[in-house]
Design a protein around this ligand. Structure first.
Ligand code: PXP
Length: 235
């Protein structure tokens, strides 16, 4: 399994002072030097953490797989086509949310998403759709032509160590198997941490995990390089 490190919250901290400390590019470089397989950045419409310059600077100056998380907007499509990251993960976005709260509702906008991702795929970008572990969302994702999905692990993560853990885990497991049977490569992420990540190994052939908050939080205490290495051992 591969590990993509989401460094959005390095930018959150940087923006708290409005200058360049901690430097987002340095963070990306440390993650890659520590063995991470890729860097994920979410360019939000409100630019609350990652800014346009961050994604272009990392793309142009660091040899790594860059995964751009973005909403279904014309502005983001233009940026992605200019940036040409290794991959794009399409996420829903609400201005008021603290973080991405649910998966993308592909079912209700199948054709819109199909048309939205077509030029990205045509330009060589690996497009994944961030969806809840539900059968109808997976079938809709398959309809759009996306070759990757990222399963939203938020409900599993919240249910970890509670009576609901197994129910939430089984949703992920069954969804991954369904998607894989359709030829879709399955990634997962959101809320994964050093305690709950181990069960992802039960889902055979998961391709990549995208993890941010827990790694950046741990980095405050043990350093980013150690936090990434610790997670890599678990992944
Ligand atoms: N994957 C997606 C699509 C996300 O939106 C996020 C959060 O930005 C993550 C993974 C990482 O989640 P976390 O920060 O909880 O590890």
């Amino acid at each position: 399994m591969l590990l993509g490190v989401n460094i959005d919250h390095v930018a959150t901290l940087r923006n708290a002072r409005g200058e360049n400390d901690p430097c987002v590019f340095d963070a990306a470089q440390i993650c890659i030097n520590s063995g991470a397989n890729g860097i994920t950045m979410h360019l939000r419409e409100d630019r609350r953490h990652i800014k346009d310059d961050d994604v272009f600077y990392v793309k142009n100056n660091l040899d790594c797989k860059l995964n751009l998380e973005m909403a279904v907007t014309e502005e983001m499509q233009k940026i992605a086509l200019k940036l040409l990251p290794h991959s794009c993960c399409i996420v829903p976005e609400k201005r008021q949310e603290i973080t991405t709260e649910g998966g993308l509702d592909v079912c209700s906008q199948k054709d819109k998403i199909k048309n939205f991702i077509a030029p990205l795929i045509d330009n060589g970008i690996n497009v994944s759709l961030f969806i809840d572990p539900e059968e109808n969302q997976i079938e809709a994702a398959n309809y759009t032509g996306a070759k990757f999905i990222e399963l939203h692990t938020g409900s599993y993560s919240r249910a970890f160590s509670t009576a609901n853990e197994e129910t939430e885990f089984q949703k992920l497991y069954k969804s991954a198997k369904l998607a894989q049977s359709l030829g879709i490569t399955v990634n997962a992420g959101h809320g994964l941490n050093y305690k709950n990540v181990f069960r992802m190994h039960e889902i055979t052939n998961l391709y990549e995990l995208n993890i941010g908050h827990s790694i950046i939080s741990r980095a405050i205490f043990i350093g980013l390089d150690n936090a990434v290495k610790e997670m890599l051992q678990l992944v």
